[in-house]
Design a protein around this ligand. Structure first.
Ligand code: NAP
Length: 277
């Protein structure tokens, strides 16, 4: 699997990972597809999709439990990214949430701990104090944020005295390119990894029939790839970006793994850029 360095940490990350929203439920736990979810996660790891993104919110913790079950025999080979919910961003709240995530994930460290969404009613200073403590204690390797603007990202970084924020997880796909205005150039300049969520616009891009669809079809033929692969490949062509599609189907996982390790000619990325603008 093609890799990129996570920020300037020296840690190499696969450019395609696995999302887990709806694995184990969405806003409530769902135990009905546990076996399939665990098998999919294991199959994804075999394919090299070793970055697994989850959150305490997903399935009210059941997604983390499924990830913990799937990785327990290969813990040192995977990179677990989880998230603390916005209502838990006080210092004590973060510390408690991290302990609960560690238990559900059956591990003693989280590779990347991300603030899921900002919360303007809790000072970010408090949140970052807890994050720093978790790294000091060896419970978290790297600190990340999600859904942060450039300004919030700067503020959060100011309250960290010892560590850098290594990533910002944000929505980014061909139908939503908002981050290209300021966040993407900022991340590139500051060496912050952008983790692109909803890379298929929650699947919408794959049944999409609007402007640009024919261009994607033509390029898919030209490069012998699928449209899903083109959508992911367009994202990872951008220097600071890695993508975390969610897939429970093994066929989808295989396809997604095949989105890395090749490039189109530069002018073809420009054509896609123009037609989806
Ligand atoms: N930080 C945040 O606030 C935030 C917000 C949203 C999402 N996320 C993260 O980002 C991850 C991905 O985003 P998402 O779940 O919103 O949506 P997504 O990855 O854009 O789309 C997921 C959908 O695409 C389908 N799919 C996957 N690979 C495919 C392929 N090769 N061909 C055809 N269909 C394919 C999946 O089907 P099957 O499952 O049936 O295979 C699923 O229905 C989440 O799971 C979560 O980890 C984070």
């Amino acid at each position: 699997m093609e890799t990129k360095e996570l920020s300037i940490t020296g840690v190499q990350m696969p450019v395609i990972g696995m999302g887990t929203w709806k694995l184990g439920g969405s806003f409530a736990s769902d135990y009905s597809h546990d076996q399939q979810a665990i098998e999919s996660l294991k199959a994804g790891i075999e394919l090299g999709l070793i970055l697994i993104d989850t959150a305490e919110l997903y399935g009210t913790g059941h997604s983390e439990e499924l990830v913990g079950e799937a990785v327990k025999r290969v813990r040192d080979k995977v990179f677990i990214a989880t998230k603390v919910s916005p209502q838990h961003l006080t210092c004590d709240g973060v510390l408690r949430a991290a302990e609960a995530s560690l238990t559900r994930l059956q591990t003693n460290y989280i590779d990347l701990y991300q603030v899921h969404w900002p919360n303007s009613s809790i000072p970010i200073r408090e949140t970052m104090r807890a994050m720093e403590r978790l790294v000091d204690e060896g419970k978290v390797r790297f600190i990340g944020v999600s859904n942060f603007s450039v300004e919030l990202l700067r503020q959060a970084q100011e309250y960290l005295s010892k560590y850098q924020i290594v990533s910002n997880q944000v929505e980014y796909n061909l139908l939503n390119r908002r981050i290209e205005k300021d966040l993407l150039p900022f991340a590139e300049k500051e060496h912050i990894t952008v983790i692109a969520y909803s890379p298929f616009a929650v699947g919408r891009l794959l049944s999409y029939s609007g402007r640009g669809k024919d261009t994607l079809k033509q390029l898919a033929v030209k490069y012998g790839r699928t449209i899903a692969q083109l959508c992911l490949n367009w994202l990872i062509y951008k220097q600071p970006v890695i993508a975390i599609p969610k897939a429970i189907s093994i066929k989808h996982l295989e396809e997604n793994a095949g989105a890395a390790g090749w490039r189109m000619e530069p002018e073809d990325y420009e054509i896609v850029d123009k037609v989806f603008h």
